[in-house]
Ligand binder design. Structure first.
Ligand SMILES: [Zn+2]
Length: 250
């Protein structure tokens, strides 16, 4: 055995030792048998021991993004794949979701009564975006608006995140506690967030029980921003009878 073979053998032994000894540095719930949850493996490259990122790392980063998005619970449940198409209007919604993902132009707006599958389709879009590395934040309107109205540190941090995050999904825009008309504080918050995102051309996905003309009635400026940005992606699911929907593309 010549010197270089001996060196290689020593280095390999060092790699093997490190790879078998160092375990579970990452504690995100994902189990990788290849790296024993270190996130890297020791390998010989150009005659030296180097630490190479394990193939589980992109997946871990996306999991981390999913957790940060606030969507992790519903992401498990809803995908575009498992959005059932049993009638024409559902087919159109699914198609427009895929088109939106392909073009990534403007905003996505879907209005309709509770139970029409709005959250499912929007979460499905977010899931695809997270899978391809985008940073997404989920805003449940009623809960988050309550936090924003408190003007404490949590509220301020949330406000900045909702404005600046790469992709924002607002679920149930303008929903109120007892179905009252949204207050002027609600409108101010919507305008602040949406106007910032409008000026900075940031992707925004909105689901709501109010159709676009109802939004205009609540506030012309908010309605105007949404209508302008969502032009190609304004979907209005009309409920004619129980579970009998019809689709209006405005
Ligand atoms: Zn790994």
């Amino acid at each position: 055995m010549d010197t270089s073979d001996r060196l290689t053998k020593l280095l390999q032994a060092e790699c093997d030792r490190t790879n078998s000894r160092v375990k579970n540095l990452l504690n995100d719930g994902y189990n990788c048998t290849k790296c024993n949850n270190r996130g890297w493996t020791a390998e010989i490259i150009d005659g030296a021991v180097r630490y190479v990122d394990c193939s589980c790392m992109p997946l871990r980063n996306n999991m981390n993004k999913a957790n940060k998005s606030g969507l992790s619970a519903i992401l498990k449940k809803y995908s575009l794949d498992n959005y059932k198409v049993s009638s024409e209007w559902q087919g159109k919604i699914k198609k427009s979701a895929y088109e939106f993902l392909e073009n990534k132009r403007g905003w996505f707006f879907i209005a309709g009564q509770s139970g029409a599958g709005k959250t499912h389709i929007c979460t499905g879009i977010c899931r695809e975006l997270i899978k391809t590395g985008h940073n997404v934040k989920y805003m449940l309107w009623l809960d988050d608006v309550y936090k924003l109205k408190k003007f404490d540190e949590e509220g301020e941090n949330l406000r900045e995140t909702l404005k600046s995050i790469e992709v924002l999904y607002i679920d149930d825009l303008f929903k109120t506690d007892r179905n009252e008309i949204p207050s002027s504080a609600d409108v101010r918050i919507a305008m602040e967030i949406l106007n910032f995102r409008y000026i900075n051309n940031k992707m925004t996905i909105i689901s709501t029980e109010k159709n676009i003309s109802e939004i205009f009635n609540i506030d012309v400026a908010v309605g105007g921003r949404i209508a302008e940005m969502s032009r190609e992606n304004i979907i209005n699911i009309k409920n004619e009878k129980e579970k009998n929907y019809r689709l209006d593309f405005v």
